[in-house]
Ligand binder design. Sequence first.
Ligand code: S3P
Length: 189
Amino acid sequence: MSNTPSPAYDIDAAAIAARIDRPLVLVGLMGVGKSTIGRRLAGVLGRSFVDADEEIERAADRSVGEIFEAHGEAYFRDGERRVIARLMEEGHGVIATGGGAFVDGETRALVLEHGLAIWLDCDLDTLVERTSRKDTRPLLKTGDPREILFNLKEQRGPAYAQAQIHVVTDDGPHEATVARILEELAAWR
Ligand code: S3P
């Protein structure tokens, strides 16, 4: 075992947490790692973490897949918009959002004004591989997942690009991505 400190701790996370007191909102495509990375980021910063999809499921008392199936995507998006507005209001430290949330103009404006949006971005192969591990995403069941993710990447890119911070991840350890986010946050004014 090496004694080298993990890269996530090379930066003064406490100073970042003290300076940036608005919610850090992770946005980006399905499979990019928003929930896992968000949880770790919150841990390093000593802030609370909440996952918007889990909150939607709790509020509706059913899974995202069941909501899509019973009521359709538009209904899900309405709920998503309301839940994220509530989470922003509650002032959580780190919020992981579902891949479509930041594409909604109202949600995007709210997050950009009262939070700090962090776009997690990675290559298509990694997204395809990661999303193939779970069978819970209704949008990927309507055709070829690679083609769907490719199209969503194209369509949503301009919305995601409005995030204040952009971090490109790869299929390496999540810890490295957290370290990169911390670097961006340290430089953010
Ligand atoms: C969606 C992404 C999902 C979930 C829903 C729709 C999207 O969340 O909100 O299936 O439109 O990209 P994840 O990005 O956490 O998979």
